[in-house]
Write a protein that binds this ligand. Structure first.
Ligand SMILES: NC(=O)C1=CN([C@@H]2O[C@H](COP(=O)(O)OP(=O)(O)OC[C@H]3O[C@@H](n4cnc5c(N)ncnc54)[C@H](O)[C@@H]3O)[C@@H](O)[C@H]2O)[C@@H](O)CC1
Ligand SMILES: [K+]
Length: 509
């Protein structure tokens, strides 16, 4: 398992526990870290004329001295530029003492053609914006188009938030240790890291497990065991039933996209719940998807009462206002405990269902905490997120990860905070960052499909956090594989090969 992400505090603790348990000591970890970086530099840049290793005053710089020593020992022309000597008696001071190259001041840093930079200025200990000679080095490396290999993180990127503090290197390659950090996946950090290589330095899985990390890189390792695969005795209602609410006669497409996606993701039956005046429009476009009138709360209650329903999608194309709020509250009040086989396994509120509560979000949050309320997944993009969680959105210090977590706790819902670095957060504190998306997914109706996949998985009994994570990854994977020309209509079918591969790889067992 290496899908956990570690904060800088957790990484420091992992180092500490490893050193305390022995036999590896601090300089031992540092030598392994530096060796891993040097190996990447040698194999990827065999014809570099000169390697410039920039070393900061902390342990990140210590890794740099190890890199410089190994490169010089391999016959590579190497210069060390330092922003200040390591603290006496530190591991970095030991590494510097082992390095045969006399460091030059970073303020004099310059480089000729065919050079590369190893950035070992600051890593997990970055505590303030880059300035002065470090900022000048960043500018010069960019101006000279020098390839940059970052040690742990590009200097200037916060490992916890992915934010740029002042300025930062834009690396071609980042070599990090033991586990990735949130800043490798959150934007803009992800873009500045280039390719991220994870190197083992002797920190055991048992040490990581003791830390009980709550943040993960989203991927099949996180949820594939819960992926629904039909049992031998499956019939359509055992495979879950999804109800998708349609908008009025001129806004029905979003619900149908969601419904198709729910069906493709394996729900045994899907019903579009349509206003009476949009029945004809919907009927003209549906085949395997069923259709039923739902004009008011009584219609919903009747439907819930007579069907083995499992999940609902409310929001796409539905319209903003009182009716939306009423439907949302009826759904939240009508659930039985998620574990009951005839109850509602989960609700997905997107788009207009989110925006409808902008004036009174607490009513929604309270309902989501009601006894027996079904599990709720909400899928806001940035604008919708700010409507429901204005104060959280306005906080300029918190990361997207912090914000999604805070919102999930407040709303008692799984929050899928969408974007190029979608964060999925659960009320219990778990969170995952998604990174397999592609810009092709930024197309009208794409979010409706995501809601449908999520509901399809919920209806088949997947737990809310896992279902949301799986839906986000499957949706992104389908879009990335499809590539140019993608429109939302393509997505429900495009998830099929992704699901096939997941099942073939043993998902669901
Ligand atoms: N034993 C360990 O703890 C290991 C640590 N490792 C390396 O150690 C790094 C973390 O080391 P540290 O905690 O020493 O932190 P860093 O080396 O990232 O930086 C800490 C030092 O830089 C100063 N500083 C931070 N931001 C600055 C800025 N913008 N301008 C000027 N000075 C600034 C701090 O005051 C402090 O002196 C990791 O990123 C990793 O590369 C690896 O060697 C593996 C083992
Ligand atoms: K660095």
């Amino acid at each position: 398992m290496s899908h956990e992400l570690l904060t800088s505090a957790e990484m420091g603790e992992a180092d500490r526990l490893t050193i305390a348990a022995g036999p590896i000591d601090g300089i031992g970890l540092m030598r392994r870290a530096g060796q891993a970086v040097a190996t990447e530099v040698l194999s990827r840049y065999p014809s570099a004329a000169h390697v410039h290793v920039l070393c900061g005053p902390g342990n990140n710089g210590g890794d740099g001295y190890v890199v410089a020593r190994i490169l010089a020992g391999s016959g590579v022309a190497t210069t060390v530029w330092t922003s200040g000597p390591p603290r006496p008696d530190s591991d970095a001071a030991l590494a510097a003492a082992e390095c045969p190259i006399k460091p030059r001041p970073l303020s004099d840093f310059d480089a000729g053609p065919c050079s590369i930079v190893v950035d070992a200025l600051y890593g997990a200990g970055l505590s303030k914006p880059l300035s002065g000679e470090a900022a000048r080095a960043v500018d010069l490396a960019a101006k000279l188009h020098l390839p940059v290999v970052a040690v742990d993180l590009p200097s200037g990127i916060s490992g916890d938030s992915g934010k740029v503090l002042g300025t930062s290197f834009s690396a071609d390659l980042t070599v990090t240790f033991a586990r990735k950090k949130p800043g490798h996946l959150l934007l803009p950090g992800r873009e500045r890291c280039g390719e991220v290589v994870l190197a083992g330095i002797g920190i055991g899985d048992d040490v990581i497990a003791r830390l009980q990390p709550q943040t993960f890189e989203n991927g099949p390792a996180l949820w594939s065991r819960g992926l629904p695969v039909p049992a031998v005795d499956a019939h359509k209602y055992k495979r879950g039933h999804v109800g998708v609410f349609s908008g009025g006669p001129s806004a029905t497409g979003a619900a149908r996209l969601s419904a198709l996606a729910a069906a493709r993701s394996g729900a045994g039956a899907v019903t579009v719940l349509s206003p009476g005046n949009a029945m004809q429009v919907n009927a003209a476009h549906l085949t395997s998807i069923m259709l039923r009138k739902a004009d008011d709360a009584a219609d919903i209650e009747a439907f819930v009462g007579e069907r083995r329903l499992s999940a609902f999608v409310l929001g796409p194309g539905f319209g903003i206002g009182e009716k939306t709020r009423a439907f949302a509250l009826v759904l939240l009040a009508s659930g039985k405990p998620a574990a009951a086989s005839t109850g509602i396994g989960g609700l997905v509120f997107d788009a207009d269902a989110i925006t409808s509560f902008r004036e009174a979000p607490d009513i929604l949050f309270e309902a989501a905490r009601g006894p027996g309320a079904p599990a709720l997944v909400m899928t806001p993009h940035e604008g919708e997120f700010a409507r429901l969680f204005a104060d959280i959105a306005d906080d300029n210090v918190s990361s997207k990860l912090d914000k999604a977590r805070a919102a999930a706790a407040r709303a008692n819902a799984v929050i899928v905070y969408k974007g190029a670095d979608t964060v999925i957060a659960a009320p219990d504190g778990r969170a995952a960052i998604n990174s397999n998306g592609a810009a092709w997914l930024a197309t009208a109706g794409s979010g409706d499909v995501l809601s449908g996949i999520t509901a399809g998985l919920l209806a088949q009994g997947m737990l809310a956090f896992e279902a949301a994570c799986a839906a986000v990854w499957i949706h992104a994977e389908a879009g990335s594989r499809f590539g140019p020309g993608l429109i939302a209509e393509d997505l429900p079918l495009a998830i099929v090969p992704v699901l096939r591969d997941l099942v073939a790889a043993g998902g669901g067992r």
